[in-house]
Design a protein around this ligand. Structure first.
Ligand code: NDP
Length: 237
């Protein structure tokens, strides 16, 4: 199957978890995939070798490095911004520098990368950002900064959809619920409380999220833009 044959794809944050599944999906479907990593060079190079993709180190907390990476990638058919972190705990105790770093990675990088990609993107270009159902629903304490960062992506997508729509470029947010990754293992300590909010009482799989990304990146989704696409077992329902 070569649904994305010869399409140029950049995935920001592709070394592990959901990002790695997205890299695998586009590679399987024939795309030319470059992905970034920051702290996991071994995982990144193993994935690149297995999938025939290219891994490049770029810290999403470094705004200018992110802009340069997107610019130097040339005209992209598809940009996926997946890199994201959580900083969890009592809001009164958390280090403000850690919160600013979270906002740099989860909010500033998606904005600047999306704008930079749109400069060179051809008509029918696709921008997909990985948000979270926590942008809509935050049922536990200690995650306010994370929720803030993911709801910020909603306003970004709505606004940039207006800016880029006339050029045929779409931008959408995929909002996963609990997905089994290093950041949120299916057998982790939050399992029971997370599943208590859900209609389908299991963690999702990264490849299920990648399938939604592939739909939004494909030719059937040309009329879908400025929208949030939740995949969460009804966590947010
Ligand atoms: P993981 O922690 O398992 O993986 C995170 C990925 O992002 C890694 O490839 C990591 O690369 C990359 N990354 C993190 N920080 C940076 C950085 N500063 N620069 C470049 N790359 C970076 O997370 P998930 O796969 O679980 O999450 C992926 C996305 O999905 C995030 O945006 C997250 O908020 C979102 N999400 C996840 C959910 C879940 O339950 N798992 C639920 C809802 C949303 P490296 O290790 O090389 O630094």
């Amino acid at each position: 199957m070569a649904a994305f044959k010869d399409k140029s794809v950049l995935v920001l944050g592709g070394s592990r978890g959901i990002g790695a599944a997205i890299v695998r999906r586009f590679a399987k479907d024939g795309a030319r995939v470059v992905f970034t990593y920051s702290g996991s060079p071994d995982a990144a190079h193993t994935l690149a070798r297995e999938t025939g993709t290219t891994a490049v180190q770029t810290d999403s907390a470094d705004r200018d490095a992110v802009i340069a990476r997107v610019r130097d990638s040339g005209p992209l058919d598809i940009l996926v911004v997946n890199a994201g972190i959580g900083v969890f705990g009592d809001a009164l105790d958390l280090n403000p520098d850690d919160i600013d770093r979270l906002l740099a990675i989860n909010v500033h990088a998606p904005y600047h990368a999306s704008v930079e990609a749109a400069r060179q993107m051809p008509e029918d270009g696709r921008i997909i950002v990985i948000g979270s159902v926590n942008g809509d629903r935050m049922p536990v304490p200690g995650m306010a900064a994370y929720a803030l960062s993911k709801s910020a992506l909603q306003g970004m997508a709505r606004g940039l959809a207006r800016d880029f729509g006339p050029r045929g470029i779409t931008i959408n947010v995929v909002q996963p619920g609990p997905i089994d990754t290093d950041a949120n293992p299916a057998d982790g300590p939050m399992k029971e409380v997370l599943h208590s909010f859900m209609a389908i009482k299991r963690h999702g799989r990264s490849d299920e999220v990648a399938a939604m990304v592939a739909y939004l990146a494909g030719p059937d989704a040309g009329f879908v833009t400025g929208a949030m696409h939740t995949i969460d077992g009804a966590f947010g329902a």
